[in-house]
Design a protein around this ligand. Structure first.
Ligand SMILES: [Zn+2]
Length: 46
């Protein structure tokens, strides 16, 4: 089946790079509620 991508406005800055779920803002960064991924905008990679 050829289905068009969901028409949601995907904000890459709040999209989980690991599973693609929408991340939620948590303190100084975003956290994915699906897989627990956190972006490292301020803390840096660790
Ligand atoms: Zn995720």
């Amino acid at each position: 089946m050829s289905d068009a991508p969901p028409p949601v406005d995907t904000d890459l800055s709040t999209t989980c790079l690991n599973c693609g779920a929408q991340m939620q803002p948590e303190h100084a960064h975003y956290r994915c509620l699906e897989c627990g991924w956190r972006d490292s905008c301020c803390d840096g990679p660790y």
